[in-house]
Design a protein around this ligand. Structure first.
Ligand SMILES: NC(=O)C1=CN([C@@H]2O[C@H](COP(=O)(O)OP(=O)(O)OC[C@H]3O[C@@H](n4cnc5c(N)ncnc54)[C@H](OP(=O)(O)O)[C@@H]3O)[C@@H](O)[C@H]2O)C=CC1
Ligand SMILES: N[C@@H](CC=O)C(=O)O
Ligand code: NA
Length: 428
C-alpha cells in the first residue's frame, strides 16, 4: 500500500500533539484509511529548537514553501498560525491539489469563504475542526449532525484560556495576571494572549460557528466583542451571590432570518448546564428548531485534545482521497445575511451602580428605566459601610440593546449616580 504523505506546517503545542498521535496510533489510523500515514516534511521557524518529540532532522525545514511545493505530499496540516502569509501557503497548496487540515481560526474567520471556494474549485478538502473548541467535534456536528435542522441559537464557551482564568478567579480567588501566565505556560493561550482575553479569539470562533449554523457568511466584523480584562473579583462575587457564574460567552441567535452574534462576559444562571463548564473546558450549546436543546463538552485547548481533532480531520481527508470524493463537503454559505439592529437584539442585563445614599435616588433610577421602556426583574439597594455611597444592583427583564444604551447614557448625566460600576448580559 502506497503511504499517504503529510506535510506539517508548525511543530509547537498542537504540531507536537499531531506527531504523537500519528506515530502512537499509526496501526489504528492506517487500518482505517488503508495505508500508512507518514509525516514526511515539517516546517518550523527554528530547526535547532529542542522539541518534546523525536524528529528526524532531515525532514525539518525553515521554509514552508518546501512543504507546500513538495510533489510527494498529498495533505498539508497547518498548525503554525498566522493569517496573510499562511493564506498564501494554503491557496497555493490547493492550487497544487493538496488537501488542507487547519486549526487556524484567525485564518478561517477572515478568509474561510475564499479558501473553501478555492477548495471546491480544486476538488480538495479543507477541514478545520480544531479551529473551534479544540477537542470537541462541533464543526462536524453542525455540518453533518444538524444538516436536517434549523439552528436558532448557538451559545458557547469557546475560549479555554479565559474560562481557565475566570474559573480560577471564581473558585480560588486567584489574580487575573497570575492565572493568565499559568494558561500561557500550559500552552492554552494564543501567541498574543490579548486575542484570548479581549474576546477576539472567541469572536473568530463564533463567526465560524455562526456561518455553519445559519448558513450565511458571518464575518468577524459582524460579531460584537467584549473581553474579560475589565471583569473584577467583585463582579464575580456579585454574580455568585445572585446565583450566576461569570463566563465569557459567545452567543449567536436568529429570529426569523435576522441574526446577531456577540461575545461578552455574561452572568449565566447556575442552573444552566453551561454554567458548570470550568477550567480549560469548552462547551457549545446548540438549540435547533426540531432537535431542541443539545450541548457538547470537552477540552477547548491544549496539545492532545486539539491534535485529536486535527488527526480526525486528516483521517477524513485521506478516506475521501481513497474514495476519490474530496471537495464534496465544503459548506459554502448561501443565505443572504440579515443582521439584527439594536432594537431587535434583546437580553437581560445586570447593572451595578454606586449612588448617593439619599432620598429619591432609587425613584430617579427606576424612572429612567420606565422612560426607555425597560422593565425590571429586581432592584436591591445595599448600604456600604466603608463608603459614602450606596450600591444598587439591578437585573432587568429582556430589554433591547437600543433601550439599554439610552438608559446608560441617561445615567451618565445623573448627578446622583457616582459610577456605573458594571453592566453584564445575563443568560439562563
Ligand atoms: N494551542 C492550542 O491549544 C490551540 C491552538 N490552535 C491553533 O493552532 C495553531 C498552532 O497553535 P500552537 O501549536 O499553540 O502554536 P505554537 O506557537 O506552539 O506553534 C507554532 C509552530 O509553528 C511554527 N511556525 C510559526 N511561524 C512559522 C513560520 N513563519 N514558518 C515556519 N514555522 C513557523 C513554530 O516554529 P518554532 O517551533 O520553531 O517556533 C511552531 O513550531 C494556531 O493557529 C492556534 O490558534 C487551535 C486550537 C487550540
Ligand atoms: N487560545 C485558544 C486555543 C484554542 O483555540 C483558547 O484558549 O481557547
Ligand atoms: Na472542534
Amino acid at each position: 500500500m502506497k503511504p499517504v504523505r503529510v506535510g506539517l506546517l508548525g511543530l509547537g503545542t498542537v504540531g507536537t500533539g499531531v506527531v504523537r498521535i500519528v506515530e502512537g496510533n499509526q496501526e489504528d489510523l492506517s487500518s482505517q484509511v488503508g495505508s500508512p500515514i507518514i509525516i514526511s516534511k515539517i516546517a518550523v521557524k527554528n530547526s535547532d529548537k529542542s522539541r518534546g518529540v523525536y524528529i528526524d532532522p532531515a525532514i525539518l525545514t525553515e521554509d514552508p514553501w518546501d512543504v507546500i511545493r513538495d510533489p510527494e505530499i498529498d495533505v498539508i496540516v497547518e498548525v503554525m498560525g498566522g493569517v496573510d502569509q499562511t493564506k498564501a501557503y494554503i491557496l497555493e497548496a490547493l492550487e497544487y491539489g493538496k488537501h488542507i487540515i487547519t486549526a487556524n481560526k484567525d485564518l478561517m474567520a477572515l478568509y474561510g469563504s475564499e479558501i473553501l471556494a478555492k477548495a471546491q474549485e480544486k476538488q480538495c478538502d479543507v477541514f478545520y475542526e480544531a479551529s473551534v473548541a479544540g477537542g470537541i467535534p462541533i464543526i462536524r456536528t453542525l455540518i453533518e449532525g444538524f444538516s436536517s435542522d434549523r439552528i436558532l441559537k448557538i451559545m458557547g464557551i469557546v475560549n479555554g484560556t479565559t474560562n481557565f482564568i475566570l474559573t480560577k478567579m471564581s473558585k480560588e480567588g486567584a489574580s487575573y495576571d497570575d492565572v493568565l501566565q499559568e494558561a500561557q505556560e500550559l500552552g492554552y493561550a494564543e501567541s498574543d494572549p490579548t486575542s484570548d482575553v479581549e474576546g477576539l479569539d472567541a469572536a473568530r470562533k463564533m463567526a465560524i460557528l455562526g456561518t455553519l449554523g445559519f448558513r450565511t457568511n458571518v464575518e468577524l466584523k459582524d460579531v460584537s466583542v467584549r473581553g474579560i480584562s475589565q471583569v473584577t473579583k467583585e463582579d464575580i462575587a456579585y454574580a455568585k451571590r445572585l446565583g450566576y457564574e461569570m463566563k465569557l460567552l459567545g452567543i449567536a441567535d436568529r429570529d426569523d432570518e435576522h441574526i446577531s452574534i456577540s461575545v461578552q462576559p455574561t452572568m449565566v444562571r447556575r442552573s444552566h448546564p453551561i454554567a458548570s463548564v470550568n477550567g480549560v473546558y469548552n462547551a457549545v450549546y446548540v438549540y435547533g428548531e426540531a432537535v431542541g436543546e443539545t450541548m457538547f463538552y470537552g477540552a477547548g485547548a491544549g496539545a492532545m485534545p486539539t491534535a485529536t481533532s486535527v488527526v480526525a480531520d486528516l483521517v477524513a481527508a485521506i478516506k475521501n482521497l481513497k474514495l476519490g470524493v474530496n471537495g464534496l463537503k465544503a459548506i459554502v454559505p448561501y443565505k443572504q445575511k440579515k443582521l439584527k439592529d439594536d432594537e431587535q437584539i434583546k437580553y437581560k442585563n445586570f447593572i451595578l451602580l454606586h449612588v448617593d445614599d439619599k432620598a429619591g435616588v432609587l425613584a430617579q433610577i427606576t424612572q429612567a428605566f420606565a422612560q426607555f421602556d425597560v422593565s425590571l426583574e429586581s432592584v436591591v439597594q445595599q448600604p456600604n459601610e466603608h463608603n459614602p455611597y450606596a450600591e444598587i444592583v439591578i437585573v432587568t427583564h429582556d430589554a433591547s440593546k437600543a433601550s439599554m444604551n439610552k438608559v446608560l447614557e441617561h445615567f451618565e448625566g445623573l448627578e446622583v449616580i457616582r459610577t456605573i460600576k458594571s453592566v453584564y448580559r445575563v443568560e439562563g
